[in-house]
Design a protein around this ligand. Structure first.
Ligand code: B12
Length: 219
């Protein structure tokens, strides 16, 4: 089987490394960690590994969860496998630039614990020369306000993966924009859209971190 497909399968089945296995046929086989290193050694780019293996595996387990064929423990082990793979990609996204392009405050909105996508956004922004203040998950408006103030940030991004928690972006965005007139607020995450972004008066929705970075170059 092709390497990236094997890697996607490891994410889907939650096989983080050689030592972990939930399926008997996977015993003793390489997991997400080893296969990611192998893919890098073979010359696959970190971006390719992310979009053509890791995210595909995550989407598959998400679809199974939607149709009742997978459960919370499956999501958890897939997330663990994803993190085991991402550890190897992180150094490639780190920038060697001495001077930052600016400071970007980032967090997953209140009530939401999904952080895999947010962590990818962080890596890509850092790799493009941004100083990222990562507030973690379930971040309240007050926490965003404190971070923007303390770091004199002109840009911030919120992530949400639930249709319920994305609604918290409205209050957080309004509060921040009324306090900091020149702050640009960006949104991302699977349930978001430009339409919702316009509705709450935020400054832009981006489906992936690369398009956000491209947009930021215009400032
Ligand atoms: C892994 C996972 C979990 C893990 C999260 C682990 C972790 N540390 O993140 C755990 C098990 C904890 C979990 C819990 C739950 N989950 Co969940 N989860 C997922 C799953 C399978 C993958 C999410 C993921 O990591 N995707 C991969 C990343 C790379 O993609 P991404 O987050 O979309 O990010 C990309 C872009 O969107 C964008 N992006 C993201 N954020 C931002 C921000 C900015 C500023 C920008 C520019 C871009 C950007 O860039 C990223 C890279 O390209 C999804 C299914 C899916 N296909 O998404 C369900 C899913 C999101 N979960 C779901 C649900 C229902 C839940 C629970 C409510 C389940 C429950 N009953 O308890 C809980 C909620 C917990 C909480 N309060 O947050 C539903 C949401 C349904 C809905 N419409 O709201 C989904 C869609 C599954 C499904 N199909 O039903 N989950």
């Amino acid at each position: 089987m092709e390497l990236l497909e094997r890697l996607a399968e490891c994410i889907e089945t939650g096989k983080a490394d050689e030592a972990t296995s939930f399926l008997p046929e996977q015993r003793g086989q390489k997991g997400a960690s080893e296969l990611t290193m192998e893919a890098l050694d073979l010359g696959f780019s970190p971006g390719e590994i992310l979009s053509e293996a890791l995210i595909i595996g995550m989407n598959r387990i998400g679809d199974k969860f939607s149709s009742g064929k997978a459960f919370i423990p499956n999501l958890l082990i897939s997330a663990k496998a994803m993190k085991a793979a991402m550890i190897h990609l992180e150094p490639f996204f780190k920038t060697g630039e001495a001077q930052y392009k600016g400071t970007f405050v980032l967090g997953t909105v209140q009530g939401d614990l999904h952080d895999i996508g947010k962590n990818i956004v962080k890596m890509v922004l850092q790799g493009s020369g941004w100083n990222v203040i990562d507030l973690g998950t379930s971040v309240s408006a007050d926490k965003f306000i404190k971070a923007v103030e303390e770091n004199d940030a002109k840009f911030m991004g919120m992530s949400a993966l639930l249709t319920t928690t994305m609604l918290n972006m409205d209050k957080i965005s309004s509060e921040l924009k009324s306090r900091f007139g020149d702050l640009k607020v960006f949104l991302g995450g699977a349930p978001l859209s430009q339409q919702y972004c316009d509705k709450i008066g935020a400054d832009g929705y981006f489906a992936d971190p690369r398009s956000l970075v491209k947009y930021l170059e215009t400032y």
